[in-house]
Design a binder for this molecule. Structure first.
Ligand code: NOJ
Length: 754
């Protein structure tokens, strides 16, 4: 009966969608029949007039006259009801066909209410919460005139030297795919025409996270095996979740830059994956194909449109050359029509033809942006994103009566709290840690503050980090004078809290680092603080997993807080004082040494002996193979015990399923949450498998002393992979199941797939 009902509902829904599509197609066909070639090409042009924050080195010119002439399809970097209205007025009042503009922006981790950086958000492992962040960001962004978010960024990243690891969800395809889906659903909701939802844009298609040596914009070269099994899944998950737009990446894929790669954009994306939305280039990535040595602007623009790209971001290669290419028969009218239709469909879907002013509502902006509720949400998400790396002798949580010396260049800082890619956020609205700590404690409690050191004393690095405003403020005092002040307050405290790390612009786009340890100035400060003999709690802010070897051995506790967003200080104080028990888990391994990179949990076994004492095993002479902290790792103020892993059967058929159960007990006196992780290891395979792969996780809340049976269902679907011939299937044989609280400390059981 239930099944019948479901079939009827699905059938009715598909009929409705069919009718809606037919209506849209008819509308667009009629509009396109009125358009000149120039107007069609104009729709493919995405500009940024530089009225906002530039996000690249080129800024568009003559934007107003181009809009009037029908030579612009959309704008980005124009934010706020008033500015958006000005631009939309020109399009719908002064251009011949009155086609409204799309308005996009890098809404990456919140709009004005800035959440933690995406890498931090991913450490919550809480997809429902992540979806909420996207819903809230869409609500604020649409209240500010926008209808297109250049997010989510789902590039798998295993090289923390790459600054853009800050923007993604880490190293794992399974976790990355769950988050990609949650974000797309959050931004787009159930109805794109709703004034509170917007077009999501999954990026950067594809493989941008695998740039050689972690240097931004660098080449990528990858086997199809790795691509299909490890790097493509999150993009595919976003497509399956219905993402409306996709951004092509800067890098090459198999020797052809993504923006001109027909195999990638058409064969894989449109034909295999059935993506039917719009594809936009990244910032001048079409033009950059000339630097990649694929020909002059006309040649690369033709290559891009023929490859399947629809919209050209900022470079204007389409605008300036496509007509000539058409006349010279290098491209066809069908190429231009396809791209134009895709852009118009995106506009139609967000309801701009019904009402070009749908997203322009100054009253909404004043009521719905940066509300206290939104800030509370940012605070909650931040507390969930922190990863407790170390906590000796229960140093944390602090007691509210303890005398605290709060020390460090990031301890009373506003300008770095938002993190990278917070284009609409105002750092001045953020809460510094000192303020958060002060509001937790009574005014009679000793809370002393000293800067202690600069983030870095390296003036060249500081200059690079200060491109969007002062982030690294090199003090007028000498390093010795700052240190002396810090040591004096440390000595009269019960506990030192040292807040160190990276400035926000030391990660993000064009912010790769070769040395990813803490800057020397901060290391020196930490060593001096350890030498006082006081317990030192190190709070680390960073846009990437840093190499902490050598910097935290003397610490009593270490809390990794990433760049935590607008409520950073309050959220950090919530966790330091135990009002919130930390439960974040690393979504990216933290290397022991930069020389191990890439280091990730699913690394394949080699053919060599697993016994590392064997001379001929695969190992380094000078460092361990393991990261300092593995993927999935994170402590709590509670402690959890895993016992009694059981499988409901030892064999599984292709259609069947088995249950894995494990008893999880909170063995402590405090309530807490634990992310239970399920990994599967394929023991025999026709191609070398990852050592193990995350296939499931559950975030479980347990009261002090409470015990719960956790259950996972294992199906054949979870055992499939892309074979050497790129067939997606499983292979019979032995598998191991591993369950635990991180990718290293696990209980194991086994079964056979028949
Ligand atoms: C370049 C970045 O790679 C991309 O992520 C961003 O969306 C665009 N610039 C627009 O700012």
């Amino acid at each position: 009966m239930k099944k019948m009902l479901l079939i009827v509902v699905l059938f009715t829904m598909s009929q409705i969608i069919h009718a809606q599509d037919a209506k849209m197609n008819a509308f667009i066909a009629s509009l396109m029949s009125k358009m000149t070639v120039e107007e069609k090409i104009g729709q493919l042009n995405l500009l940024t007039p530089g009225w906002g924050i530039p996000t690249g080195s080129v800024v568009s010119t003559d934007v107003e006259s181009k809009i009037k002439a029908g030579k612009v399809g959309g704008l980005f970097g124009v934010i706020g009801a008033e500015k958006v209205k000005q631009a939309q007025d020109i399009a719908v009042q002064q251009s011949r066909l009155k086609i409204p503009l799309l308005f996009g922006s890098d809404v990456i981790h919140g709009h004005k209410t800035t959440f933690p950086i995406p890498l931090g958000i991913s450490c919550t492992w809480d997809t429902a919460l992540i979806r909420q962040t996207a819903i809230l960001a869409a609500n604020e962004a649409t209240a500010d005139g926008l209808n297109w978010a250049f997010s989510p960024m789902v590039d798998i990243a295993r090289d923390p030297r790459w600054g853009r690891v800050a923007e993604g969800s880490g190293e794992d395809p399974f976790l990355g795919s769950q988050i990609a889906r949650a974000m797309v659903k959050g931004y787009q909701g159930n109805d794109l025409a709703d004034k509170r939802t917007l077009l999501a844009c999954v990026k950067h298609f594809a493989l941008y996270g695998a740039s050689e040596a972690g240097r931004d914009y660098n080449s990528v070269d990858m086997s199809r095996n790795r691509m299909y099994n490890e790097y493509l899944p999150p993009y595919k998950a976003a497509v399956d979740a219905g993402v409306a737009t996709i951004m092509s990446s800067f890098n090459d894929v198999d020797g052809v830059p993504a923006s001109g790669n027909k195999w990638l954009l058409t064969d894989l994306l449109r034909k295999d994956w059935k993506f039917n939305g719009m594809i936009v280039s990244d910032y001048t990535s079409v033009n950059e194909m000339s630097n990649h040595r694929l020909g002059d602007l006309q040649a690369v623009s033709a290559l891009a449109i023929k490859a399947g790209l629809d919209m050209d971001m900022v470079g204007e290669g389409f605008l300036s050359t496509l007509k000539k290419s058409l006349q010279e028969k290098k491209i066809s009218m069908a190429d231009i029509d396809r791209a134009c239709r895709k852009v118009l469909e995106a506009k139609y879907k967000v309801g701009l033809f019904a009402d070009p002013y749908r997203y322009i509502d100054a009253e909404r902006a004043s009521k719905e942006i940066l509300t206290p509720e939104n800030r509370m949400m940012a605070r909650k998400v931040a507390t969930q994103s922190f990863v407790l790396l170390k906590n000796e002798k229960q140093t944390l949580p602090l007691k509210k009566t303890q005398r605290v010396a709060l020390i460090g260049p990031l301890a009373n800082d506003k300008s770095n709290m938002l993190g990278t890619w917070a284009v609409s956020g105002d750092p001045q609205m953020s809460i510094p840690v000192l303020q958060g700590v002060q509001s937790k404690t009574s005014s009679s409690t000793y809370i002393a503050y000293a800067k202690g050191s600069n983030i870095t004393d390296d003036t060249a690095l500081a200059k690079r980090a200060n491109v969007f405003g002062l982030r690294v403020d090199i003090d007028k005092r000498s390093p010795d004078a700052m240190l002396e002040e810090a040591l004096a307050i440390a000595k009269s405290s019960d506990v030192v809290v040292a807040v160190v790390g990276e400035a926000s612009e030391m990660s993000g786009e064009a912010a790769s680092r070769a040395d990813i340890t803490l800057p020397a100035a901060e290391q020196k400060l930490l060593k001096a603080l350890y030498a006082t003999g006081k317990p030192v709690v190190v709070v680390i802010m960073s846009g990437r997993p840093l190499v902490l070897t050598g910097s935290i051995e003397g610490a009593a506790a270490v809390l990794q807080v990433w760049h935590a967003g607008i409520e950073a200080g309050n959220a950090i104080a919530d966790v330091l004082y135990g009002d919130v028990n930390p439960s974040g888990k690393l979504s990216m391994s933290m290397p022991y040494h930069v020389g191990q990179i890439p280091v990730y949990y699913s690394q394949k076994t080699t053919g060599r002996p697993q016994d590392l004492n064997n001379k001929f095993s695969s190992r380094y002479l000078d460092i361990p193979n393991e990261p300092l902290f593995p993927f999935g790792y994170g402590l709590s103020y509670a402690s959890f015990e895993y016992t009694d892993l059981k499988l409901s059967a030892n064999t599984i058929g292709r259609e069947g399923a088995i249950k894995a159960t494990i008893q999880l007990t909170n063995t402590s006196k405090v309530d807490g949450a634990e992310v239970v992780q399920l990994y599967i290891e394929d023991k025999v395979r026709s191609i070398t498998p990852p050592s193990k792969e995350l296939k499931g996780f559950q975030k479980v809340v347990l009261k002090a002393g409470e015990s719960k049976m956790i259950e996972f269902t294992i199906t054949n679907e979870m055992l499939k992979f892309w074979s050497a011939a790129l067939q997606y299937d499983s292979e019979s044989g032995e598998f191991a199941v591993h369950v635990g609280g991180n990718s290293r400390d696990l209980k194991a059981a086994g079964f056979v797939l028949k």
